[in-house]
Design a protein around this ligand. Structure first.
Ligand code: S3P
Length: 456
């Protein structure tokens, strides 16, 4: 066992005292807000900035802990990363072949996206790096990324049991281009292979049976790589990347994160009298499964001023309190709303009838086992539900008791979801720890309070 393997968990909220909080039944929520920048786009903007020649200027970057850890990792790998103002960052790239081995382990805190994408980035370079994270990230599977990366030529120098963190990879600037069909729908796995493919001589191909968020492909093209995306089967895609491109710095304007917007959005739907507008929300069709589902449930969501900004569709969303009804959510929609099931389960708690969410196996390997965490939280709040295999069935009611404390398991989305439930519940909802909300939505509490939510 190396020194790294026996090291204490990397720093982050895993170490600090838990911060409990309570959300109480609230008056109508009203106002107009812009939630922080998209987490997926923010990670990628920094990583592409690292590889590019020149200075990448980013506006609207999410300044949450997950992304800040990626920024630190980019700096440790050779980029010059500078914060110019709120959300305004510059990355002076190391350029192709310019990455250097970091002196200390890279700490990704709570972030699966940060660590998995960066493993891909290192794989195609002549670099050795150690990857680590908090207790939640140390439990998550990394084999899904290590399998294709080892096929491409990366060497696993050391790892914890089962290929988990902490682990050390030795990349190679002579990686093999491969054709890889992802065994599960995962944008992180796809992105890791494509980033490793930047260092390979030939064409790297990723085939996905179900299309997942395509921010990596879009950004590859934006920074000048030769990338072709074609449909594959009924729901999938084939992505082909020509290796060893010269990436050139390009500006990135990060739109508001639809996965963060989901929380005030559902809060407005379930708190009587609410009327909230969420501005600049990214409407990439591979991210809008929640909106599709809520519209089917009868939600009043008006899509206003839809436009294209920085290569992504964005819109303002006007959301009003609505009477919802239960629906079937088909498994093929999961990739377009994978992070939104906890908050959809909250909406479903207030809908008439049963909402059946199918095919949620990937929820078990998120920041927590989200299927179990949601089910336990619903039970603590008096919401009728059932887990059948990988399906979650929630039976809604006009009144929901509330309760708690809900165990959040180091998972930001579990914390935010159950606080939102509390706003429309009879007794309020307490959660055991809100510290991890800072990973993705550091302004959640003040922003919700600004809309009228009673949370403390
Ligand atoms: C992400 C991909 C998804 C998602 C995560 C962000 C990304 O994970 O849950 O929050 O930015 O690529 P998987 O690739 O594991 O589905």
């Amino acid at each position: 066992m190396s020194a790294t393997r026996s090291a204490a968990p990397a720093s982050g909220h895993g170490d600090g005292p838990a911060q409990p909080a309570t959300a109480l039944r609230s008056p109508a929520l009203t106002g107009r807000v812009r939630v922080p920048g998209d987490k997926s786009v923010s990670h990628r903007a920094l990583i592409f900035g690292l590889f590019a020649e020149g200075i990448t200027r980013i506006t609207g970057l999410l300044e949450g802990e997950d992304v800040l850890n990626t920024a630190k990792a980019c700096a440790a790998l050779g980029a010059r990363v500078t914060r110019r103002g709120p959300g305004e960052w510059e990355v002076e790239g190391a350029g192709a072949d310019g990455l250097s081995s970091p002196a200390a382990p890279l700490d990704f805190g709570n972030s699966g996206t940060g660590v998995r994408l960066m493993m891909g980035a290192v794989a195609g370079q002549d670099v050795t790096a150690t990857f680590d994270g908090d207790a939640s990230l140390r439990r998550r599977p990394m084999k899904r990324v290590l399998d294709p990366l080892t096929a491409m030529g990366v060497e696993i120098v050391d790892s914890a049991e089962g290929g988990r963190l902490p682990l050390t990879l030795k990349g190679s600037d002579r990686t093999k281009a491969i054709t890889y069909e992802t065994p599960m729908p995962s944008a992180q796995v796809k992105s890791a292979v494509l980033l490793a493919g930047l260092g390979a001589a030939g064409e790297t191909v990723v085939i996905e049976r179900e299309a997942t968020r395509d921010h990596t492909e879009r950004m590859l093209a934006h920074f000048g790589a030769d990338v072709r995306v074609e449909p594959h089967g009924a729901h999938g895609r084939r992505i082909a990347l020509k290796g060893r491109p010269t990436l050139v710095a390009a500006p990135v304007d990060v739109p508001a994160d639809p996965s963060s917007a989901a929380f005030p959005l559902v809060a407005a739907l379930i708190v009587p009298g609410s009327d909230v507008t969420l501005t600049d929300v990214m409407m990439n069709p591979l991210r809008t499964g929640l909106i599709t589902t809520l519209l089917e449930m009868g939600a009043s969501i008006e899509v206003v001023a839809e436009r294209t900004e920085g290569g992504e569709r964005v819109a303002d969303l006007r959301v009003r309190h609505s009477r919802l009804k239960g629906v079937e959510v088909p498994p093929e929609r999961a990739p377009a709303m994978i992070d939104e099931y906890p908050i959809l389960a909250v909406a479903a708690a207030f809908a008439e009838g049963v909402t059946a969410m199918r095919g949620l196996s990937e929820l078990r390997v998120k920041e927590s086992d989200r299927l179990a965490a949601v089910a336990d939280g619903l039970a603590a709040c008096g919401v009728a539900h059932e887990v059948v295999g990988d399906d979650l069935l929630v039976t809604g009611a006009t009144t929901v008791k509330g309760g708690g404390p809900v165990a959040t398991h180091m998972d930001h989305r579990i914390a935010m979801s159950f606080l939102v439930l509390g706003l429309a519940s009879e007794q309020g909802v307490s959660v055991d720890d809100v510290a991890f909300i800072a990973t993705s939505f550091p302004t959640f509490m003040p922003m919700m309070r600004g809309l009228g939510a009673v949370i403390s």
